[in-house]
Design a protein around this ligand. Sequence first.
Ligand code: CAA
Length: 257
Amino acid sequence: MTYKTILVETHKQVGLIRLNRPKVLNALNDTLLKELAGALEAFDADDAVGAIVITGNEKAFAAGADIKEMADASAVEMHKSDFIPSFDRIRGIKKPVIAAVSGWALGGGSELALSCDMIVASETAKFGQPEINIGVIPGAGGTQRLAKAVGKAIAMEMILNNRTLSADEGQTYGLVNRVVPVENYLNEALALAAEIATRAPLAIQFGKEAVNQAFETSLTEGLADERRAFNFLFATEDQKEGMAAFVEKRDPRWKGR
Ligand code: CAA
């Protein structure tokens, strides 16, 4: 498959997608988001891939939605567009997705990082929701996911007053998993993804789904869903293998079945 706006590679069990519109700081347009969602879905369907990394380049993860392409759109055109719904496709990915962020992660770029399951940031990463500067608000989940990630106080400042978070602040507020020197951020994300990719695939997928449920439902419903998922895993070969391997003091061999 050839793409116009992304580069796709595999590193053993890890799928890597690089956003590739460097002249516009990886601004997200319809084509890019469709290609990104398609590449993620292809990795999700590939049994040889256990985890996925999305990255940009050192200067920019992504500087948001492509303002030039959006500037003249009508409300009806925005409503009909696949732009925002592509984020729902990204949300539907079952395998873990890690954002490797360096430089700008603004607007839709920040929202893309927030749509991932973990964020590895370079020391230069900057997270912001500057939509207020162009007369709108975040439209790809920023008001919801950011508030859940960093809390109301910081989210309000970011969305109402264009406060930008450094990588270290992002880590302090629970947005970012790890901050590493710029030379290492991609390798660190790939190493984290590679480690996760060696683990029991179905348990990984159910674990991701269950943690995400925590942000969607009541505690009672979330606990019930978690229990059903936990019980369901006893129908898998991997549960039998994992527990047998523990008892027999050997490494498990996962099958994803
Ligand atoms: N859309 C379109 N083009 C963009 C862009 C964007 N979001 N961000 C940067 N670019 C383009 C610039 O227009 C410029 O192109 P030209 O060379 O043709 O002029 C090129 O990328 C380089 O950008 P700058 O010269 O501005 O670089 P800088 O280092 O001086 O500034 C920046 C970097 C602070 C990130 C600045 O580019 C900027 O403020 N970008 C816009 C950020 C923004 O407002 N994002 C939110 C978009 S709306 C959104 O995302 C809605 C949503 O929720 C889905």
